[in-house]
Design a binder for this molecule. Structure first.
Ligand SMILES: O=C(O)CCC(=O)C(=O)O
Ligand SMILES: [Fe+2]
Length: 239
């Protein structure tokens, strides 16, 4: 049965958040993990609390010098299309042209942030290997510096338990008006943080002895559409 985004709304979360458990199979998860982990060493960019790979090009303000995504990433596009992940965007932009791979060891995370105007406001994330808790903070329209100060003192407005093999889709309002982040901790307490999708994340039910979840290494694949792209040959000609 085809699952569509419309059926995957979460009670207690804004309209534009969708969570699809078991979007890929364990076999597909293993293939993706093997591909990520066998990428050439220079493909990894090391940050203080995670490492990442850019596929499709490097995004900057001027635009992205687009490279075709490898087939091990674009093989999932038909499933995105069946599910309607990128529907509603203008017709020239229905498939992602960029994939950011993030790897978090247990205890690593990402500061609350907005993904920003370089991308169209639909982002689709597939998770591999470990869960995480993604926290959402609503921000008034303020400049970047203020946002940074804002986050630490605030409780999240809502959180999502993101299980391995799931797909998370953030669109419109939640993309534009909320920041999202992952705390730098090794164990998640599922009874805190206002996690609104526990029923979806544990379809078989949640017993009390499972209120704490220990993190393992998590790899996430975040597919996005970069609006401004440049062709490599044009850049060379301008030099
Ligand atoms: O790993 C994730 O699920 C979130 C990644 C993220 O927010 C980003 O790269 O902008
Ligand atoms: Fe993000």
């Amino acid at each position: 049965m085809t699952r569509t985004l419309e059926k995957e709304k979460i009670k207690g979360a804004p309209e534009s958040v969708y969570y699809l458990p078991d979007f890929i199979t364990p076999e597909e998860e293993q293939i993706l993990l093997d591909k990520v982990l066998s990428a050439p060493k220079p493909k990894w960019v090391y940050l203080k609390s995670r490492r990442l790979q850019n596929w499709g090009g490097i995004v900057n303000e001027k635009g992205m010098i687009a490279e075709t995504l490898p087939s091990w990433l674009s093989d999932i596009f038909p499933r995105f299309q069946e599910t309607g992940v990128f529907d509603g965007l203008d017709a020239t932009h229905r498939v992602p042209n960029h994939c950011l791979v993030n790897e978090y060891l247990a205890g690593q995370g990402i500061m609350p942030h907005k993904d920003g105007p370089a991308y169209l406001p639909t982002v689709a994330t597939i998770s591999l290997s470990s869960h995480c808790v993604l926290e959402f903070f609503k921000v008034p329209e303020v400049d970047k510096e203020t946002e940074d100060e804002h986050k630490q003192t605030q409780e999240p407005e809502f959180s999502l338990l993101i299980q391995p093999r799931s797909l998370l889709v953030l669109k419109e309002d939640v993309y534009n008006k909320y920041m999202h982040g992952i705390q730098e901790i090794t164990t998640d307490d599922l009874s805190g943080g206002n996690i609104v999708n526990l029923a979806e994340a544990f379809p078989e039910g949640l017993s009390h002895d499972r209120m704490e979840l220990e993190r393992r290494t998590r790899i996430s694949l975040t597919f996005r559409i970069v609006q401004k792209t440049l062709r490599a040959n044009k850049i060379l000609m301008r030099r």
